[in-house]
Each structure stands twice: as C-alpha cells, then as structure tokens.
Design a protein around this ligand. Structure first.
Ligand code: XMP
Length: 216
C-alpha cells in the first residue's frame, strides 16, 4: 500500500501534539519542517517521535556546502529518521549528508522537482538530471510532485526502485487517483493542510488512509 505522510506544518506545539495523537492510527510517517521547529525547537522532533512511534522525516531542504550540510544532518538525525535535502547544490553536498545518515542508519531524501507552480521556472528543467543524480548516489528517497502526474511518472521511471515521497495532494490540488496509478507500495503521499486544517484531522487522515487502502 502507498503510505500516508502527514506534513505537520502547524506553528503551535500543543496543536501539533494533539494532531499527532488524533491521527496516528491512520498515518505511516510524519514530516516536520521549519514552521514547527522554528516555532518551538528541534527537540519537538524527539517529542513527536516518542509520542507517535512513527517514522519522522525532517523537511529542512538542506542546500549548503558539505561541511555545513554535515552539521545540519548531525543535529537533525539525532532525533529524526530521515532528512530532506536539495541536490542542485551538487554531489559533494548530498554525499556529506549521506555519510552522516549511514553512520546512524538514517534516510536521506533528495528533492527533484517541487510541487508548486514556480518549480517549473528553474527546477523542472534540471529535475531529470537531479533524479539521475539521486539514483547514482543511491539516496533513500526522492521528492516528486503529485501536482504534475506526468512529471511524477517520468521521475519514477528514472529513479526506478528508489522510494518516492510525493506532496501536492489536497490543498495543492493533486489528483490522487492519477497519482496512485503511478506510485508503488514503498512510496508515500504527503498531505498537510487538508488534514491539519480540516474540521477533524482524524476523519481527514482516515479518509486518505481508506483511499490508499482501496487504491483510491
Ligand atoms: P500541503 O499543505 O500542501 O503540504 O499538503 C505539503 C507539504 O510538503 C512540502 N512540500 C514539498 N517538500 N519538495 C519538498 O521537499 C516539494 O516539492 C514540496 N512541495 C511541498 C510543503 O512544505 C509542505 O510541508
């Protein structure tokens, strides 16, 4: 079954913990990014890991020189199971994160083409090259857009067995039915606002989980 990753981009600690408790029955993984970490602190990652016992991925889209990437990865992977980085900064920057991840048995997930409209300006033209780099480096996952199923398909064909983590379902308008025809069992869809902003995050997470179970 395709897995459900909750993007927990709320900016209030208690709300975040409440949503995790409410939805944990239906989600497979939690993505924590800058909004929640900057509103609280990095230890929120540890707290959510302990509370949920789910896979926790930090979406820090790390994009710096190798020595700085290494520091960011060390701090993040004390608590998180994986970290998202950019590949456009080059092979050495990604490898620096992979070295830290390997020592700690954690995941590195690389962005290829982003899901928002602006990604067609600069990222789309290089996204296939980024996907090839991800494959060459043997990263543990790539991020590819649910908002453009034709691009998702192309990127999946390039990365082959590498797991895909795909944002864009829900608030960004991605077509889940089309996306599920492309994704396979070890892949994930990421859903944020349409779960955490809904009247009942629990019911919304349940609805997505059921769609994934029924392959729609
Ligand atoms: P929504 O609220 O749109 O949240 O369901 C989507 C989540 O995914 C993040 N996002 C991305 N992360 N590459 C990434 O690494 C992308 O292309 C991308 N597009 C969206 C977004 O920050 C939010 O957490």
């Amino acid at each position: 079954m395709v897995k459900l990753m909750l993007a927990l981009d709320v900016m209030d600690k208690n709300k975040a913990l409440e949503i995790v408790k409410e939805t944990s029955e239906y989600i497979d993984a939690i993505k924590i990014g800058y909004p929640l970490v900057l509103a609280t602190d990095l230890k929120i990652v540890k707290e959510i890991k302990e509370l949920s016992n789910k896979e926790i991925i930090c979406d820090f889209k790390v994009a710096d020189i190798p020595s700085t990437n290494e520091k960011i990865a060390k701090l993040t992977l004390q608590y998180a199971d994986g970290i998202i980085c950019h590949g456009f900064v080059g092979e050495d920057s990604v490898k620096a994160i992979q070295n830290i991840a390997k020592e700690n048995n954690k995941k590195v997930i690389m962005v290829t083409e982003m899901s928002h409209p602006g990604a067609v300006m600069f990222m789309q033209p290089i996204a296939n090259e980024l996907a090839k780099l991800a494959k060459k480096l043997g990263v543990d996952g790539v991020v590819a857009p649910s908002t453009r199923p034709e691009r998702l398909k192309e990127i999946k064909e390039i990365v082959g067995e590498i797991s895909i983590i795909s944002p864009g379902i829900g608030a960004q308008g991605g077509d889940l039915e089309k996306v599920l025809r492309i994704l396979s069992n070890d892949d994930y869809i990421i859903v944020g606002r349409s779960i955490y902003n809904s009247e009942s995050p629990k019911e919304s997470a349940k609805m997505y989980k059921e769609k994934l179970k029924n392959n729609f």
